[in-house]
Design a protein around this ligand. Sequence first.
Ligand code: ATP
Length: 195
Amino acid sequence: MIRIGLTGGIGSGKSTVAKIFETLGIPVYYADDAARKLMNADDALKQAILEHFGKDSYKEGLLDRKYIASIVFNDNEKLELLNSLIHPATIKDAEDWMEQQTAPYAIKEAALLFESGASENLDYIIGVYAPQHLRVQRVMKRDKLPVEEIMKRISRQIDEEMKMKLCNFVITNNEQELVIPQVIKLHEKFTSQNA
Ligand code: ATP
């Protein structure tokens, strides 16, 4: 089975593209959702978070997301520390999940695919590209966030143009080019490679 990574900056449209692959019958692992679950379900990860962020990081066995957010919000070192605990657990979980899939290929969708080192375990990476002004507009609309907060998040990710150069394939989601035909073209490529 071919293991595909799907990445792109905040608001690029990764989840939207992933949903199109799902409608074609392709299984998708959503790394952010999985990480959220693992922080409550993976005992070793829980223990590591408790060790580094203190006993107030969990309330009645569940991660206190507000408390953790208040710690990492303006502290990049703490955010990197949290990510360094979460990423290996998520990479392992995604690998286990990939092994169980029986489709011709499976997709791992993650914003920080390169930043986390997850790209090393994948056969091909698809990048979803959208110009920054559209990404900012989309996230403002979706998350009701101020532009400053979105720019801060963008600044923590690898530069979009550079990220796309690291990808094997790029889907352009600039609201001018049609996205579905681009997905179908890749789907045909990955299904025929496996035949
Ligand atoms: P994040 O990294 O923040 O989770 P993402 O890359 O997964 O973002 P999506 O959630 O797929 O991005 O898209 C961001 C928002 O933009 C969503 O509300 C989505 O509906 C919208 N969107 C995505 N693509 C388009 C498009 N081509 N036209 C209009 N809206 C779009």
